[in-house]
Design a protein around this ligand. Structure first.
Ligand code: ATP
Length: 464
């Protein structure tokens, strides 16, 4: 079996597999689709849930110094003033004067090697854009005739309980998932035995009015984030920050990502309150290295801002020394869609079995949507079907298991390879005699005979 050079794999093949095999569908598909929205289909939701479960296990369940949280999406609107989102959460936008296509100016400048500082004023970025816009072609019509750059706020506004339409105060969908963690810092200190340093983890939805949603799940307008915020004593950040950075990188490798496809990248420009910021980047097919997770050293900005805006003192009193301070925050924030795309891209393999090419998702066992598929050799032999149903029923409920009696065995193997099923089990005529089945391994394609009594132990999860 020869592994094809993964660099030859194009994102188009992965997107096509996601659609064809029910992992991901375009949002509102039957209405022509909605930009930046995706729906996770039957295998997609299994993979997504497995990623979340593994992340939760890593960041909450196996830790003594982290607890979990699930906060409400809608928040008092002042929260977004305190966080800086209503005033500063914007991207620089310009529009093609010919065909009205909108671009995100900082990203387009980056493509030609020019860095636009996040802190730049509208005037400064206009000056920079004026100097380079002749080199930026409209992705749709190819012209270079652009409107002046405007700061475009990314928060999605909606209304709630606004029955008259006269209420001036909008509410916002969350621009990021982590704010709920800061809002509950005091609740958690008051109601649990957590003592600084400790962390809070949360998975939650985020919504952003992205100017140009693109690259499939990479940049959407609705997505999920998996965040941890670790609270430390001021200036006691460095060691914990290094530990967290390394732990996050190690997790991706343990989950099966090839180390050569991952790298750290430090931010060139820090927001004014941050003390350090790094991204974990993945080498996506066709797109190249790009961010999957941000790891930010945020000083005392978040809890200080919420103290100021809410009027509630969020400082922490050390129970041993009596010392009072506003903790500093070390954040990890990863998009689940980007993680999904990372895992599926890294697992996507085209190799040769005998004379045939096959597509196989070499997902780790824990992430695979289906762990085992059970096949009767022939579907028109009632005794084979009955025995296979017995095997299937025995496994179902203990493992996520699929039944397939359609087409020849080779085709059934290919179908399971494409969705990343680690094992296929075939019940044949010999099974009726010796109570043994054929177990076929996804990665090696090797087959071995196993007694039904030992089947579960043979294919059981390795680290359940
Ligand atoms: P970018 O520079 O790509 O816009 P960001 O630095 O604004 O991302 P953060 O605000 O730090 O991203 O969000 C944390 C994580 O959330 C990112 O690492 C990414 O995985 C995910 N994320 C952010 N924006 C999007 C989006 N529009 N679609 C999907 N995932 C996103």
């Amino acid at each position: 079996m020869i592994d094809k050079n993964t660099s030859n794999i194009q994102m188009e093949s992965i997107i096509s597999l996601c659609k064809r095999r029910g992992f991901v569908y375009q949002g509102s598909d039957i209405y022509g689709g909605m930009a930046g929205m995706y729906d996770f289909g039957p295998y997609g939701v299994e993979l997504l849930n497995n990623i979340k479960a593994q992340w939760w296990k890593e960041n909450v369940q196996t830790r003594e110094d982290y607890v979990g949280l699930d906060s409400a999406m809608f928040k008092e609107p002042k929260v977004w003033d305190a966080s800086g989102h209503t005033s500063g959460f914007s991207d620089p936008l310009s529009e093609c004067k010919v065909c009205n296509t909108r671009i995100r100016v900082d990203k387009e400048l980056a493509k030609i090697g020019i860095t636009a500082d996040e802190k730049m004023s509208e005037a400064a970025i206009n000056e920079l854009f004026d100097a380079h816009k002749a080199d930026i072609k409209c992705p749709k019509c190819g012209k270079t005739d652009w409107t002046p750059v405007k700061a475009f706020n990314l928060l999605v506004k909606t209304n709630m309980g606004n029955f008259t339409g006269l209420d001036e105060q909008p509410v916002y969908l969350p621009g990021e998932a982590c704010q709920g963690i800061y809002l509950n810092f005091k609740n958690i200190v008051d109601t649990t035995r957590m003592k600084v340093p400790f962390g809070i983890a949360q998975i939650g939805k985020a919504f952003r009015n992205e100017i140009s949603p693109r690259n499939f799940l990479f940049r959407c307008r609705e997505f999920e984030q998996a965040d941890t915020q670790y609270f430390v004593k001021p200036h006691e950040n460095k060691e914990a920050y290094e530990r967290i950075k390394q732990e996050r990188m190690d997790w991706y490798v343990r989950m099966g990502i090839k180390p050569e496809n991952l790298r750290f990248k430090q931010h060139d420009n820090l927001v004014f309150y941050a003390s350090d910021a790094w991204d974990i980047e993945y080498n996506f097919p066709s797109y190249g290295f790009d961010e999957i997770e941000g790891i930010h050293d945020r000083t005392d900005y978040d809890l200080s801002q919420h103290t100021k805006f809410s009027g509630v003192d969020l400082s922490y009193k050390d129970p041993y020394t009596g010392e009072k301070y506003i903790p500093w925050v070390l954040e990890t924030s990863a998009g689940l869609g980007r993680m999904f795309l990372t895992f599926i891209s890294d697992a996507y393999t085209e190799d040769k079995v005998g004379d045939d090419m096959r597509t196989v998702l070499k997902l780790s066992y824990d992430l695979a949507p289906i762990k085992v598929a059970v096949f009767p050799l022939l579907k028109n032999k009632p005794e084979l079907v009955a025995k296979s149903r017995e095997v299937y029923e025995m496994l179902k409920g203990r493992l996520n298991c699929e039944w397939d009696d359609n087409g020849n065995i080779g085709k059934r193997y290919r179908r399971q390879d494409e969705i990343g099923t680690p094992y296929c089990v075939v019940v044949d005529f010999e099974t009726l005699e010796d109570n043994m089945v054929t177990v076929r391994d996804r990665d090696t394609t090797e087959q071995k005979r196993v007694s039904i009594d030992e089947l579960f132990a043979t294919i059981a999860p390795t680290n359940a």
